[in-house]
Write a new protein. Structure first.
Length: 318
């Protein structure tokens, strides 16, 4: 049998090794893996960001995995945000956002995704002058209805002197104008383009825009995401601005990429992009936009929607 002191160096080495393992585990922090960014967007809505989504640049620039979630409507985004399944909603429409906030979903407006002033306005028939308007068709309690009232105010026309024809959708507005059942039709999107074949803008989108009546989509984020991951939130907005800047510097080159990224034919993408505008950060921070114009617009539109039963109530301060 070997004397016990002959095993002492071995036991000392084993003891020191075990001690080092314990010390290392105590003093070395465990680095948590960065959670993916849950981003909701509309796949066929051409925007400069779509290029970064399609080619993977967005993930590389953010240095974080991006969980891309496709949505068919902003109301679907609302549900995902309310359930905590979504961090960022890109191109969140204003009315659904107002509804979400009024229902208690804690959201932050962080940027303007896109502006499209010529996508929602009133068209007056060619044969009619503003002084001759007697009938006006639109959808009751819609943004188009709200903008119609603002257009009449700009022209100094008392809306109470007109015969309002309220219909169910934009196609019905178009039909009323085509059949000369109305002098003015007010709608959104494709129906406006069709009505322009028979008329002209009552007040142009640019004039409405300059009067402070904006038409735009938002970049919204859950408040928890903004508070818990402010660096990622800021970096995302910087990346969006970078893609927008690239588009403004070379629209022709970017449009083809955006069409491909959105799964659209170039001609179809151009229909959108002819009316799309992407305000830069300085413009967005101005009083005309997020400084005061947008919150004021939220308040006026929110009250209008509440008055027409589209919202339970309007919030005093958005």
């Amino acid at each position: 049998m070997k004397p016990m002191n002959e095993d002492l160096p071995t036991r000392i080495r084993l003891f020191l090794a075990a001690l080092l393992v314990q010390l290392f585990s105590w003093t070395t922090p465990v680095v948590a893996e960065e959670a993916p960014l849950a981003l909701g967007y509309f796949p066929h809505w051409p925007a400069p960001l779509m290029v970064g989504i399609a080619n993977g640049e967005l993930e590389n620039m953010l240095s974080v995995d991006v969980n891309l979630q496709h949505y068919e409507s902003s109301y679907d985004m609302n549900r995902a945000l309310a359930e905590g399944d979504l961090d960022v909603a890109f191109s969140h429409e204003v009315v659904p956002w107002l509804e979400a906030v009024n229902k208690g979903t804690d959201l932050k407006v962080t940027a303007i995704a896109v502006s499209y002033p010529d996508y929602d306005y009133c068209v007056i028939r060619h044969q009619v002058s503003p002084e001759q308007i007697k009938r006006i068709a639109t959808i009751r309690g819609s943004v188009s209805h709200f903008r119609a009232l603002k257009s009449l105010d700009i022209l100094g026309i008392n809306p109470n002197t007109l015969d309002w024809i309220f219909v169910g959708d934009g196609s019905s507005v178009t039909k009323a104008l085509y059949r000369e059942q109305t002098d003015v039709g007010c709608a959104y999107g494709a129906p406006v383009l069709r009505m322009l074949e028979r008329g002209r803008p009552l007040v142009s989108g640019a004039d409405l825009d300059s009067s402070g009546l904006r038409m735009f989509d938002l970049v919204t984020m859950s408040s928890d995401f903004v508070e818990d991951r402010p660096q990622i939130a800021r970096e995302f907005l910087k990346v969006v601005s970078g893609f927008n800047r690239d588009y403004s510097q070379d629209p022709r080159k970017s449009r083809l990429k955006m069409a491909r990224a959105s799964g659209l034919k170039p001609a179809n993408a151009d229909v959108f992009l002819e009316v799309f505008q992407f305000p830069n950060p300085d413009q967005q921070k101005s009083q005309s936009w997020l400084g005061s114009g947008v919150p004021r617009y939220f308040g006026e539109l929110g009250q209008f929607l509440a008055d027409h039963g589209k919202l339970d109530q309007s919030i005093d301060d958005y």
